[in-house]
Design a protein around this ligand. Structure first.
Ligand code: ADP
Length: 427
């Protein structure tokens, strides 16, 4: 019998005065499962994640995480989960290591354990070479990996990821998918993620839940959802929907090969048995009614067709809410013309290796604070980062600890629960 990692029953969250952001929502996620929440903007995905991760209260319902009720055992819940929110929690003026140390101390972990864990996670996420560099020199992909590493420092069993790859290019998105998939397969981590990318939900998740108006509309495997749409998908686009086009729709619906239809503005999505064979007949119906078709496409049903069926809108039309660039977050929404961006120039660090970020290194702030580029650290294949010797005010201990990953720490790590999952938890 499988155990439930997350049990949400009747969850209701009302923002004043009467916005039912989440409305009697039910959702069960089994241990070791990856579930993707899909839904238009404002559907209630982030609020669900916030409520389930103790980050906001709610008005009605029950949420049980790893067997603990979030209402009565919020500390145990927090110990069981890692959360990566849309707005990253990492500090750009600390190194990757310092960010992870901070997170570990917040969880009251022992220093030796934190150090061992940083070694482990930096290796796992391929961040070892840059772990002592300031996060401000990281590429978007590296920052996301660090974000996830920070969320895993205390070995949670469940990971919440709110739009983990938002704003990343496809290459970095795929790198992150690989890591997320590996975390689930190797360590049995249960993962609940929200996403706007259908490919992400399709590739990564065991189950997809489509949410609209604060309610779960459907939950199933990606394949079962796609198979629930019968026939092929024909999308017909009109310049304008007048009486001829409406007449075409009327007669098209009466054709025996048409199995379903959805309107989306001036686009008509038709689900057609044996679409290739019947497309000519459908065009004849359009010609008979003088309907002006500007575009027609034929495809196998995708998750977008399922999304459209349950939400009445294509996910491709739901605008991506891009995360603010870090200088915008940090400088209080300075914006693209903001002080920090104009001082440091465009972030050129999109490359997986962190890019060069020359503008940053030559900034007045960097010079004043000892982070400026030098011949030594910019010309030796490590151009992306200021040198790691400048540590922040974070205490360094007495030197006996916090330096090296050693055998006894490795022993600690090997005995931990996460590793037990690894051995016994593969599906
Ligand atoms: P999604 O993540 O699916 O885009 P959200 O959970 O962010 O949806 O939002 C659901 C609804 O709740 C929206 O109508 C949104 O405007 C509203 N909402 C979200 N957060 C707040 C908040 N802190 N205060 C008031 N309303 C909010």
């Amino acid at each position: 019998m499988t155990n439930l990692a997350i049990q949400i029953k009747g969850l209701t969250k009302i923002y004043p005065p009467d916005n039912r952001a989440v409305d009697a929502l039910d959702l069960n996620i089994e241990e070791g499962e990856i579930m993707a929440l899909l839904g238009p903007n404002g559907a209630g995905k982030s609020t669900t994640i916030r409520a389930a991760s103790t980050l906001c209260g709610f008005d009605e319902g029950n949420v049980i995480i790893s067997g603990f009720d979030v209402d009565t055992h919020s500390l145990e819940v927090r110990q069981s989960i890692g959360v990566v929110a849309q707005q990253t929690g990492i500090d750009y003026f600390l190194t990757g290591r310092e960010n992870m140390e901070l997170q570990g101390h917040l969880y009251r972990m022992k220093r030796a354990d934190i150090n061992g864990r940083i070694e482990e996670l930096a290796g796992y996420f391929e961040l070892r070479d840059s772990i002592d560099n300031l996060v401000s020199s990281y590429s978007g992909g590296m920052r996301r990996k660090l974000d996830i590493a920070c969320a895993l420092i205390h070995r949670p069993k469940i990971l919440f990821l709110d739009e983990p790859t938002l704003g990343l290019d496809i290459k970095n998105r795929k790198i992150l998918w690989k890591h997320i998939d590996k975390l689930n397969k190797e360590f049995g981590l249960t993962i609940l993620l929200t996403t706007h990318y259908l490919e992400e939900a399709d590739n990564l998740s065991h189950q997809v839940a489509i949410i609209n108006n604060g309610k779960v509309q459907v939950v199933d495997t990606p394949d079962a959802l796609k198979n629930s749409i019968h026939g092929d998908s024909i999308t017909v686009t009109f310049d304008d929907v007048g009486k001829n086009e409406q007449a075409f729709f009327h007669y098209a619906q009466q054709q025996p090969y048409i199995k379903g239809s959805t309107w989306e503005d001036n686009k008509l999505h038709l689900y057609v048995e044996d679409g290739g064979a019947n497309v000519a007949a459908l065009m004849a119906v359009a010609a008979d009614n003088d309907a002006k078709i500007t575009n027609l496409s034929l495809s196998r049903p995708t998750l977008d067709d399922v999304f459209l069926k349950y939400t009445g809108t294509s996910i491709l039309d739901t605008k991506e809410e891009e995360g603010d660039e870090w200088w915008e977050q940090w400088a209080g929404k300075g914006g693209n013309t903001g002080k920090w961006k104009s001082q440091w120039g465009e972030d050129d660090s999109d490359a997986e290796d962190g890019g060069s970020n020359e503008a940053w290194k030559n900034s007045d702030w960097a010079k004043e604070n000892g982070h400026a580029a030098s011949a030594e650290n910019s010309d030796k294949g490590n151009a992306q980062s200021p040198k790691p010797e400048q540590k922040s005010a974070w205490p360094q201990g007495d030197g006996a600890e916090g330096k090296q990953w050693n055998k006894s720490q490795q022993g600690d790590w090997q005995n931990n629960e996460w590793n037990k999952n690894k051995d016994g938890g593969e599906k």
